[in-house]
Write a protein that binds this ligand. Structure first.
Ligand code: ATP
Ligand code: MG
Length: 418
């Protein structure tokens, strides 16, 4: 028990961390190109933020939050990235700056869910948010950024699905129609959905239970109930995506798992990684800032699951470049040589080279083995003979070829070669 990580969590070991670093750097780079600045918020917030922000009838708030009391305050580990960023934007009055505001993040999230492939209790998300504009250009921009990133990661088998889930005005009529449709099936709904029937029947469409999924088949579509403003916005979004040559399908079934969404909802879905195929999900949230007590500032963004991204890349056979091995490994014979190596090691590091030497007091043969294991391109060998002549011998570990290099030249020699 003590030597096992909690269920639904995963260590990222040194042998695989290069994959994470690769996607993290790529995401940061694409965000830079688009003018998004990184924001970092704490890993926990006041519970009320998520209750108000994400919504009291969502799966996240009803079943999935890690919440505890401390000093009479209720705190919750962040289950998603948007509400904390909106909170920070309001708290620091970032909206006083010229708009739109464009942020990105790379965060751990925590949800108490049934662990499966691509579904963990401690997982990671990339995300972006744009604040201050209700223009569909912003929606198209965040979708384009996600699409560009997924394409850059070598994922081709992924579909963009878009929908509009309307605004509080047109949703009322739709909710009425949905309740009428569900009324005869009410008794067969799961208990959670029964409790949502009055308050938030749209949540029932997003229920994960297969029985409930079957019951909502043929339900009325929000798209048929959009008000003029929401309809025009959806047409505009589609036209903007067309202009950017971004392919999509309209999927009236997308409602998203968070209550704060208005108008645009979208997902990038793949069928290459099993049931948990939504790699990226997002949408517009025009009332979230007000909902948590801030000014009325519209927003749009997405969250992209890094674990799901990596398994999708693996399924697609994407080869993630592995950083190369060491530039040099130092091999010594005798104590005077060992001290010479310690000094040389410092000089190599100062020049930015990846250099190592054995720290286990191994014999020469095993020091060479070590050089092999760390993938060193060169072994730099120093013994009494070398010290006397003030030179080292440098062995190319691939060809086995050996060269003699004066002490004062060895750093520049290795720098040129690597
Ligand atoms: P799902 O329908 O699969 O539960 P969701 O609608 O709850 O997803 P969001 O809240 O929109 O997901 O989160 C955005 C992305 O974060 C998802 O598309 C997914 O890639 C990832 N994600 C969500 N929950 C988990 C989890 N428990 N484990 C791993 N990744 C997750
Ligand atoms: Mg979920």
């Amino acid at each position: 028990m003590l030597t096992k990580a909690p269920k639904g969590t995963k260590d990222i070991l040194p042998s695989e961390v290069y994959k994470w670093q690769y996607v993290e750097q790529a995401f940061a780079e694409i965000c830079r190109r688009h003018g998004f600045g990184e924001i970092r918020t704490p890993d926990f917030e006041h519970t009320e933020l998520f209750k108000r922000g994400v919504g009291g009838t969502t799966d996240i708030v009803q079943k999935e939050m890690y919440t505890w009391e401390q000093a009479k305050r209720s705190l919750t580990l962040r289950p998603e990235g948007t509400s904390p960023v909106v909170r920070a934007m309001v708290e620091h009055k970032l909206y006083a700056e010229p708009q739109p505001l464009k942020f990105y993040y790379d965060i751990p999230c925590f949800r108490y869910e049934k662990p499966q492939a691509g579904r963990l209790r401690a997982f990671h998300q990339f995300g972006v948010e744009v604040f201050g504009t209700d223009s569909m250009m912003a929606d198209a921009e965040v979708i384009a950024l996600a699409q560009e990133f997924l394409a850059a990661m070598g994922i081709e088998n992924i579909e963009l699905r878009i929908n509009s889930i309307g605004c509080p005005a047109c949703r009322e009529d739709y909710k009425k129609a949905l309740r009428e449709f569900l009324a005869p099936k009410y008794d067969q709904l799961c208990d959670t959905c029964k409790s949502r029937y009055e308050t938030n029947p749209m949540r029932i469409l997003d229920c994960k239970s297969p029985e409930d999924q079957a019951l909502v088949k043929g339900a009325p579509r929000m798209l048929d109930y959009l008000c003029d403003d929401c309809r025009a916005a959806f047409e505009e979004l589609k036209a903007d995506l067309d202009a950017m040559h971004i392919a999509y399908t309209v999927d009236a079934g997308i409602v998203r798992g968070l209550d704060y969404y208005t108008k645009t909802a979208f997902e990038f879905v793949t069928d290459t990684i099993g049931a948990q195929g939504t790699v990226c999900g997002g949408g517009r949230y025009d009332h979230l800032a007000e909902e948590i007590g801030g000014p009325a500032i519209p927003g749009v963004g997405f969250g992209l699951g890094i674990e799901r991204l990596l398994i999708t890349m693996e399924a697609a056979g994407v080869e993630i470049p592995h950083r190369k091995g060491a530039d040099a490994s130092l091999v010594y014979m005798g104590d005077a040589a060992r001290r010479e190596c310690l000094s040389l090691l410092r000089s190599l590091h100062a020049e930015g080279l990846h250099a190592e030497m054995d720290m286990m007091a191994r014999n020469v043969k095993n020091q060479f083995k070590y050089a092999d294991r760390i993938g060193a391109r060169y072994a730099v060998v120093i013994g009494d003979n070398e010290i006397e002549k003030k030179e080292v011998s440098v062995k190319d570990m691939q060809t086995g070829k050996q060269e003699t290099v004066p002490f004062n030249r060895v750093v520049s020699y290795l720098k040129e070669k690597n």
